[in-house]
Design a protein around this ligand. Structure first.
Ligand SMILES: C[S@@+](CC[C@H](N)C(=O)[O-])C[C@H]1O[C@@H](n2cnc3c(N)ncnc32)[C@H](O)[C@@H]1O
Length: 266
């Protein structure tokens, strides 16, 4: 059966935007419920693989409510999160303000740094906050070539009209020697495990979506979009075609999730 939120071609972005506008208020809760909290661990794995040094620049594409951006910032990176959904960005921004208030309270007690840094080319020397959340399209990033030390995307590439265009943009804005990281739903090789997991995505996840966020269709979209998305080794193969080196993939939970990384050659 066709999914109301999945279309191909020029309308894709609009429908995906509608989807995230619908589910944004319950997005974080639903992530915890549908993954039994495991998405937090998978995102921590991505952040660990990013292996950022303090002061390095990171871009988190399709940042949503900001989990990965906050994780990278906690490692000392100067982080920009980019997303095209105002609804998702406003939640990320609310989280950042809350964290900033907590930091302010600690500073008042005299035990924290200022946390104010210049992150984007536009912000130049002016003080901005970390992470910085900006509106933008993953397929046409508004950053110069070779700008970031690390570029990440979690559960975003699958939603683009052209995931290849998204990956090319990530490769364009990362510095030579810098690293790309892609985390998304995967396709387990083991047929039985894949069958069980796809059944959960087809039945369990939409029921949870209906119960807790009022939309079964928005969550049935996950399986529909995954059907049109390559398995994790397909992402890794495209990274190699783009000229990335040291490409590797990690299968999480038997391939239910795929984490792929590659380095832009010097
Ligand atoms: C499933 S969420 C992932 C959010 C976050 N990275 C996480 O892991 O929780 C996908 C995000 O991609 C964003 N998105 C989809 N297509 C986009 C595009 N073309 N440009 C920018 N953001 C996009 C959506 O607005 C949404 O916030």
């Amino acid at each position: 059966m066709a999914n109301e939120f999945y279309v191909t071609g020029a309308q894709r972005g609009e429908r995906v935007g509608d989807l995230f506008a619908t589910i944004a208020p319950r997005y974080d809760l639903m992530n915890d419920l549908q993954s039994f909290g495991l998405h937090r661990y998978w995102k921590r794995r991505l952040v660990a693989w990013a292996d950022m040094r303090s002061g390095q620049r990171a871009l988190d594409v399709c940042c949503g409510t900001g989990d990965i951006a906050f994780g990278l910032a906690r490692r000392g990176a100067l982080v920009v999160g980019v997303d095209f959904s105002e609804a998702m960005l406003s939640i990320a921004e609310g989280r950042r303000r809350k964290a900033e208030r907590r930091r302010g309270a600690r500073e008042a007690e005299g035990d924290a740094g200022s946390g104010r840094q210049a992150l984007t080319p536009e912000s130049g020397g002016s003080a901005t906050l970390n992470p910085q959340f900006v509106h933008g399209d993953a397929q046409q990033l508004s950053f110069p070539n070779d700008w970031f030390d690390v570029v990440t995307i979690g559960y975003g590439l699958r939603n683009l009209a052209s995931w290849e265009a998204g990956l090319r943009e990530m490769q364009r804005v990362v510095k030579p020697g810098g690293r790309l990281l892609v985390l998304d739903f995967g396709k387990p090789d083991h047929a039985l495990w894949r069958g069980l997991y796809f059944s959960y995505l087809r039945l369990g996840v939409p029921v949870l979506g209906w119960l807790f966020s009022g939309s079964a269709g928005a969550y049935a979209y996950i399986l529909e979009s995954l059907r049109h998305f390559p398995p994790q080794r397909g992402i890794a193969a495209r990274m190699e075609q783009l000229g990335l080196v040291e490409v590797r993939t990690c299968n999480l939970l038997g391939g239910v999730m795929g984490l792929s990384t590659g380095r832009k050659a010097n």
